[in-house]
Ligand binder design. Structure first.
Ligand code: BGP
Length: 466
């Protein structure tokens, strides 16, 4: 099995793994939980729904035990907003509080540090039908939700992530059921109004967190990837810069510095799509300071100049670049191989991404997603030999090592995913976990857990850093 000498990783490094509520918990309407946009969105044809997923809601004790055996130092999971507030705001559902209290206690009892994502794509449906993020009252609903999370769980949770992949919700929202309100005369303006409201909600949560929990740490969790120009043509380099600003820096410039990225701003201005900024918004944005940056990384993007109408390159998948006329268009990178789902694999791009983020913001970094979706095969003896996953993770961890050598402060790595779960786009036979869950797309089977070869590999790797 591939091994890496972890000599330059800090002993306190948070070797972790990730999940999100709607993809792993199931129990979509149990114990007072309200529906989210995910529960109400049409299911991609040929794939399963999100009703049972991996049934973690009922099996979390068994799962956490396996995570402890895996040796995880940290477990990154999300809280379903609709378990705490079935309608997004208003009355608290105490059964939801009880579930996450039990879950957090179980994680801590197993010597694992909880890392909590407050919102991972699953906006309460009750808020969505009132306009969702287009409606400014959602900002206050989120701030109130975050306050309740800090109040009930802040005594035990130190690491908080505000919003998972806000940039992907804005750029690929239709794939996640959170697209712009298309009744609006100017959908792009509406989309970036939603974005402004989410940035504001995040700022409020960061300020509240620091006020209520002085020792807690909080940060954003976008999907960030280095953007390459398709060639050394100056026009392609400009295109890469445009794409990086609109895809990456818009989100982190605001989270860290409390200001709009100038290139993203001029893009919106040229399209008459500037968000309406209320009095006090920018003061609040500037006041909110993250303690770290969390980011999800699966691959890089390569773009070229886009002057004609052939700028779009979209499958609705959040890892594919959607072009912008006049600014950039997505192209494939001939230097990279792709996985079974067409996603490019770029371990060196991981190091590039670390360096770019750290050089821009100089904040400690944690990776909250990185991994390989694949069709795993169960052998006759029940084993799953996912060497492809081990190779992918090994190559990426090697690049973390180089990034640390480059002087980047990296304090944790939480690959996707701790256990098999339902993919956002491609059902449950696209698997990412260290732990296999016995189910098929439409047949729930036994839901029994079993350890893949990557489980033993990751366990040994974590141990070697002790
Ligand atoms: C990220 C999401 C995760 C997860 C992952 C893999 O963007 O934050 O929730 O779904 O992508 O994507 P998929 O499940 O579509 O393979």
């Amino acid at each position: 099995m591939s091994t890496i000498a972890l000599d330059n990783f800090p002993k306190s490094f948070l070797w972790g793994a990730s999940t999100s509520a709607y993809q792993v918990e199931g129990a979509w309407n149990e114990d007072g939980k309200g529906p989210s946009v995910i529960d109400m969105a049409p299911i991609v044809e040929g794939t399963t729904d999100f009703k049972v997923t991996s049934d973690h809601y009922h099996r979390y004790k068994e799962d956490i035990k396996l995570f402890a055996e895996l040796g995880l130092k940290a477990y990154r999971f999300s809280i379903a907003w609709t378990r705490i507030f079935p309608d997004g705001d208003g009355e608290i559902n105490m059964k939801g509080i009880a579930f996450y209290n039990d879950l957090i206690n179980e994680i801590i009892a197993n010597d694992i540090i909880p890392i909590v994502t407050m919102y991972h794509f699953d906006l309460p449906y009750a808020l969505a039908i009132k306009g969702g993020w287009s409606n400014r009252t959602t900002v206050d609903a989120f701030a109130n939700y975050s306050k309740i999370l800090f109040e009930y769980f802040g005594d035990r949770v130190t690491y908080w992530l505000t919003i998972n992949e806000q940039n992907m919700m804005i750029l690929h929202g239709d794939a996640i059921g959170t697209a712009a309100n298309n009744d609006n005369e100017n959908p792009l303006q509406d989309l970036y109004q939603q974005n402004h409201h989410m940035l504001l909600a995040q700022a409020k949560a960061m300020v509240l967190c620091h006020e209520m929990l002085p020792t807690a740490k909080i940060g954003p969790a976008p999907n960030i990837s280095a953007i390459y120009p398709a060639s050394s043509r100056p026009e392609d380099i400009l295109a890469a810069s445009n794409c990086a600003s609109i895809r990456n820096w818009l989100y982190l410039d605001m989270a860290v510095h409390g200001r709009y990225n100038n290139i993203a701003w001029s893009y919106l201005k040229a399209r008459n799509a500037l968000p309406i900024i209320a009095e006090g918004d920018m003061v609040l944005m500037a006041k909110a300071k993250p303690d770290f940056i969390a980011f999800n990384y699966y691959n890089t993007a390569t773009v070229a100049e886009a002057t004609s109408d052939d700028f779009a390159n979209s499958t609705g998948d959040q890892q594919i670049v959607i072009g912008e006329k006049g600014l950039f268009k997505g192209t494939s990178n001939p230097n990279l191989v792709v996985n079974e789902f067409g996603w490019e694999i770029d371990p060196v791009g991981f190091r590039n991404t670390f360096r770019e983020i750290y050089e821009r913001y100089t904040l400690p970094l944690i990776v909250t997603e990185n991994g390989l979706g694949a069709f795993d095969k169960i052998e006759a003896d029940g084993s799953i030999n996912d060497d492809y996953r081990i190779n992918y993770l090994t190559q990426h961890i090697e690049q973390i090592k180089y990034a640390i050598e480059d002087g980047v402060e990296v304090f944790g790595y939480c690959p996707w995913s701790a256990i098999d779960l339902v993919s956002t786009h491609q059902g449950c036979v696209k698997r990412y976990g260290f732990i296999h869950v016995d189910r098929d797309e439409f047949d729930l089977k036994t839901l029994k857990r079993s350890k893949k070869k990557s489980f033993y590999w990751y366990q040994a790797l974590i141990k070697s850093n002790n």
